[in-house]
Design a protein around this ligand. Structure first.
Ligand SMILES: [Zn+2]
Length: 117
């Protein structure tokens, strides 16, 4: 990955603090941008996991990790400026289906107990 000077646009070395071309200090813009990219990605992943978490309803064993991951990624993605809605939707979906599959599992246990006793 390469960085570019914010002043003159010349490519600079990644571990360089000062641009060799114009002498301007390489500010943390690049770092901030990559963090934002990461947050946006988290929001998208959280949203997709939220959609996938619907299967938690049917296959709790597979769905639990998906819903939990969805919650983790979505809450990280909430910091995103552009993808906040996605992250929020993913978070809500993940929590809703985590709760649903949890209730389902408990119901299953109760049904089993009722069947055996
Ligand atoms: Zn420069």
């Amino acid at each position: 990955m390469s960085k570019f000077c914010s002043n003159c646009g010349k490519e600079v070395n990644e571990n360089q603090d000062v641009c060799l071309n114009c002498g301007v200090r390489i500010n943390s813009n690049t770092v901030v941008n990559s963090t934002e990219d990461k947050v946006d990605k988290n929001a998208s992943v959280g949203f997709i996991l939220g959609l996938i978490s619907i299967i938690a309803w049917f296959i709790p064993l597979f769905g639990y990790p998906v819903t939990v991951c969805g919650i983790v990624f979505s809450s990280k993605g909430l910091k995103s400026k552009t993808q906040r809605g996605k992250a929020l939707a993913g978070l809500i979906l993940s929590i809703v289906f985590l709760v649903f599959s949890f209730i389902n599992s408990i119901m299953g246990v109760i049904m089993n107990l009722a069947f055996y006793y």
